[in-house]
Ligand binder design. Sequence first.
Ligand SMILES: [Zn+2]
Length: 127
Amino acid sequence: MKYKDGKYLQVCGFILCGIEFYGRLNQIYCSPQCKQAHNNRKTSRVNRLANGADTKIRKAIRIMMRLFKPDEEGKMVISMVVLAYNAFPFDLPTTLIKDDRCSGELYSFGLFSFYRDGENFIFYKTQ
Ligand SMILES: [Zn+2]
């Protein structure tokens, strides 16, 4: 390994850069920009693996913020047609939770949860 003025000749760890530079032995990138660029690429890989999960949840929450009008029991009955009309992402990732209100299970995302009853969906909101 080449050595000059207390620094070592290395190759930048950001694959799209790859230039040689002199740096400390534990320095991986030639510049803070390359370090940031490398981390950004890592993030986009995570997004790809998430397969739009986060996007779908946020979309569903945006739709519910607009549509959700609870009755006196705190629930809202909405037909599948209306949800489809509003481009609700039915394939959004949800967490299954136990709930007494429908004597069964609710699919939850964010502060919202729902279950299907025939052609209708019953929505609840926490708080
Ligand atoms: Zn670099």
